[in-house]
Design a protein around this ligand. Structure first.
Ligand SMILES: [Zn+2]
Length: 428
């Protein structure tokens, strides 16, 4: 292993590791990965000249963070309190309003626009071994920060509207977002009707139809809290109080009793959709998703824990996998998570669910995320011919047994990553 003072990577094109873990394929002990022109040109375990031995590390495909909001990447720690959830949302809305005030005040000293903050978030992702993100973008998003040499993003434009007027305006924003893409731009455009409590049912239907027309991916926060279920079913509870307080309560939007299944059903028409959180999906809703693996549930483990959801109900990710459904992982934002490391989400799962095979957990954070974002041609596994998007993980002593267990051990750490063969180093 090189020390901090040495340059990274050491000069070379062939990198030997205790384990190469391609994900799609069996681990290779004491193998090397050879990189040329940004691509993987060999994965092998033979003796070879000019091989740089990285020591007790694993080389793995870089990670896929299927859900985040990078505009909060400058928060040093999560917003408090985390409960009740609507109180956290009030804090979030307050934080955004303050930030927007600073950005739009010509006398403000801050040079951090939302673009810079998102840029900072992408850098943090890359250093932590993440090469692809599902990003939720709001009014101030800046397409310029998503470049060909940065983590690849699927940019889901967030849409919020409960009144008829606002719904019309948001539908126009969505159309503009999908319609203004140009050939070869280094990100993918999608839509994100925000959540059942912030989107009128008519707007939701129109947005799903628009996504279908453009064959665009869609993401929605769904079944996140019991309070959301109460609002959908009866139009009452803490969400109603909050919406009234914000002056956006529209009784007509909640006149008909609904449940998450009513929002899942239209998604079945799409090529691909992300159901973010899904903490409180019912058994029949899990069965529905189990039969439709193109609808991917994004589980955000540390955020789920931050909000205290395990006390009301453990996340149903294992039931969903058993039913044949698709699960991938996200960090959500720094407003509910101390960092944007997808690797730490997997380590967290490994420590909380020691009975789940670590191989399965690694799959969720790599190949499953790549499939969910529609980026599986390029991301989520190591193979000859693919771009060299990879992470280098330092393993604890005794790493000669199960490489997957060693990889996700509490004392493993990402030390470097490469995006299309260009290296970054984790200095955290
Ligand atoms: Zn979110």
């Amino acid at each position: 292993m090189t020390t901090d003072s040495e340059p990274w990577p050491p000069d070379g094109t062939r990198f030997r590791a205790r384990w190469i873990v391609p994900v799609d394929g069996e681990p290779v002990a004491n193998g090397f990965v050879e990189i040329a022109d940004g691509r993987i040109v060999a994965i092998d375990d033979r003796a070879a000249d000019d091989v740089v031995d990285l020591g007790r590390v694993a080389i793995v495909p870089s990670f896929v963070n299927a859900h985040t909001h990078l505009e909060f990447s400058n928060l040093l720690w999560p917003l408090e309190p985390s409960e009740p959830f609507t109180e956290w949302i009030r804090r979030l809305v307050g934080h955004r309003a303050k930030w927007i005030g600073r950005l739009t005040n010509p006398r403000a000293k801050s040079s951090d626009g939302f673009g810079e903050i998102v840029f900072q978030g992408l850098d943090e992702c890359l250093a932590a071994g993440t090469s692809a993100v599902g990003e939720i973008a709001t009014d101030y998003w800046d397409p310029g920060v998503f470049a060909a040499d940065r983590p690849r993003a699927v940019v889901f434009r967030e849409l919020i509207g409960l009144s008829k007027e606002r719904a019309e305006q948001q539908l126009a924003v969505a159309g503009e977002h999908l319609g203004s893409g140009r050939d070869g731009e280094p990100f993918v455009r999608g839509l994100s009707p925000h959540a059942p409590y912030s989107v009128h049912p008519d707007l939701y239907r129109a947005l799903v139809a628009l996504a279908a027309k453009h064959a665009a991916p869609l993401a929605i926060h769904l079944a996140e809290t019991l309070a959301e279920l109460e609002l959908l079913e009866r139009g009452t509870g803490e969400f109603r109080t909050m919406l009234e307080e914000f002056g956006v309560w529209n009784p007509e939007a909640f006149a008909r009793s609904r449940r998450p299944l009513d929002l899942l059903e239209p998604l079945a028409e799409l090529d691909r959709a992300l159901v973010v959180h899904g903490n409180h999906l019912s058994p029949d809703e899990l069965a529905f998703l189990g039969e439709r693996p193109r609808l991917h549930v994004v589980y955000c483990p540390r955020t789920h824990d931050y909000f205290g959801h395990p006390r009301t109900r453990p996340h149903p990710w294992r039931e969903l996998l058993d039913a044949g459904g698709s699960v991938c992982l996200g960090t959500d934002s720094r407003a509910s998570n101390p960092d944007l490391s997808l690797f730490r989400e997997m380590q967290f799962l490994r420590s909380r669910f020691p009975d789940v095979m670590p191989r399965r957990i690694l799959e969720l954070g790599t190949a499953a995320g790549a499939r969910a974002l529609g980026l599986d041609d390029e991301f989520g596994s190591l193979a000859v011919g693919r771009p060299a998007h990879l992470a280098v993980v330092a393993l604890p002593p005794g790493a000669d047994g199960d490489p997957f267990a060693a990889l996700l051990a509490a004392d493993s750490a990402v030390v470097a990553s490469a995006f299309a063969g260009t290296w970054s180093r984790d200095r955290g």
